[in-house]
Design a protein around this ligand. Structure first.
Ligand SMILES: Cc1ncc(COP(=O)(O)O)c(C=O)c1O
Length: 423
């Protein structure tokens, strides 16, 4: 850790809150320090390790690749692991999403989707949403809403931001579904620019587990379709089981034109994908958009194993059961005035803290994060304004471990009330 601290770029989050715990091994829902102190992982490395750590199916997949000796072929050649993954992806997606473009990170998938829609429509302007998080590389950062992340950089200027229900309108009020739909209708009445696509999350995660109602999604899709705007759903956080379906757009019976996924797709190694119909993903010419490590064998094998495991162990049902536990346990917090809202989306929850005037209280979330770490439970601060305590357990977590950890969290929050730090 000393060497990391000395040499790592300070833009990385590692030392954001002082020195982090250093882990030496992991299994299931637990991470272990050098002297075997165990921590319950309720963040999954930002919604990645849905299968927990060192899952048996992953170990098998790695051994399979190890035996072949193929760790890289590049994209001009191929291998059985990429072949197998395409087969599996095709089996879990709706029939029309039958073409795939593999990438290495979520940001890269988002940029790939944008380029694909620009190429296909010959138009350049893009719509994104307030509170939207789509990554931090230059193109994806342009679609991310948070000004703090963007102000020091020259990002794309061809992005219009629509309001998203449940995100901040000003200091302490939030947009309603109706306001957001009216904004979109007015925008298209006055539209002047040729727009290639709109990118949307079916439930924002990084901004604090914000979940508009089904009617909003259905109406906004209708508005986009009526105006011939291609719709990209960003499933990088929500996809691969987290929200109680393979993909969150399936919860609302939607039909996006392109879907980006990443994170939990391999449940640990760098891999992402853009999924779409062949009419979009098979019209651009070879080499116009590619990268060296695209679809590397190890990540592909891990993703295939992840898909198999989601199906075999019915992890989507588990995500729904986890949602029930989160709702039941966390309902005890609803009476606290310092908590604006407890929100859940599938196997994820966000607890939003406010000051008495309704403005965001990020300080308290940092305190709770530390208290929980002292109790050997890893949670973290998130949300548009840093005032949401995020809970993102792995889908394999034992239900009793989850219940017990939520009891600890409630105890810690009530101890703050007793000490009059919150009301
Ligand atoms: C919805 C969403 N899109 C895109 C990204 C960017 O993915 P990556 O960090 O892999 O580039 C994230 C990461 O948190 C995300 O949650």
């Amino acid at each position: 850790m000393i060497i990391t601290k000395k040499h790592e770029s300070s833009a990385v989050n590692t030392f954001k809150n002082g020195s982090p715990v250093e882990f030496f091994s992991a299994r299931g829902e637990y991470l272990f320090t050098k002297n075997k102190k165990k921590y319950l992982d309720l963040v999954c490395g930002s919604a990645v390790t849905n299968l927990g750590h060192s899952h048996k199916s992953h170990e098998k997949a790695i051994n399979k690749v190890l035996k072949t000796g193929i760790f890289h072929t590049g994209t001009r050649l191929t291998n059985q692991f990429r072949e197998e993954l395409y087969f599996k992806l095709n089996s879990i997606t709706p029939d029309y999403l039958n073409s795939f473009h593999l990438c290495n990170s979520g940001s890269e998938a988002v940029e790939t989707a944008i380029k694909a829609t620009q190429y296909y429509t010959k138009k350049k302007n893009i719509i994104s949403f307030s509170g939207g998080y789509h990554g931090r590389t230059m193109g994806s950062l342009s679609l991310t809403h948070n000004k703090k992340l963007k102000d020091s950089f020259y990002t794309l200027k061809n992005v219009s931001f629509f309001p998203y229900p449940g995100t901040y309108k000003n200091k302490n009020t939030k947009f309603t579904e109706e306001e957001c739909l009216n904004y979109a209708k007015t925008f298209f009445r006055n539209k002047k620019k040729p727009i290639c696509a709109a990118i949307i999350e079916c439930g924002q995660a990084v901004s604090g587990i914000i979940l508009p109602n089904k009617k909003f999604f259905q109406e906004i899709f209708k508005i986009f379709k009526k105006n011939n705007i291609l719709i990209i759903v960003d499933e990088i956080w929500n996809g691969f089981g987290r929200t109680g379906n393979f993909f969150s757009f399936q919860n609302f019976n939607l039909r996006p034109d392109l879907v980006c996924a990443g994170k939990a797709m391999s449940s640990s190694l760098p891999l992402s994908v853009v999924m779409g119909p062949s009419k979009i993903l098979k019209t651009w010419p070879p080499g116009i958009h590619t990268s060296t490590f695209q679809g590397n064998p190890l990540s592909c094998a891990m993703a295939s194993a992840t898909i198999d495991e989601i199906l075999k162990s019915k992890l989507i049902n588990r995500a729904n059961k986890i949602n029930q536990i989160l709702c039941d346990s966390l309902s005890k917090l609803n009476d606290l005035p310092s908590i604006f809202e407890v929100r859940t989306h599938g196997a994820g929850a966000g607890i939003e803290f406010v000051y008495p005037d309704g403005s965001a209280n990020s300080e308290i979330v940092k305190i709770i994060e530390k208290q929980m770490l002292n109790r050997n439970i890893i949670v973290y601060a998130g949300g548009e304004r840093g005032n949401v305590l995020m809970l993102i357990p792995p889908l394999i977590i034992k239900f009793n471990n989850l219940k017990n950890s939520l009891n600890v969290l409630i105890e810690e929050i009530y101890s703050l009330k007793k000490r009059k730090i919150i009301v």
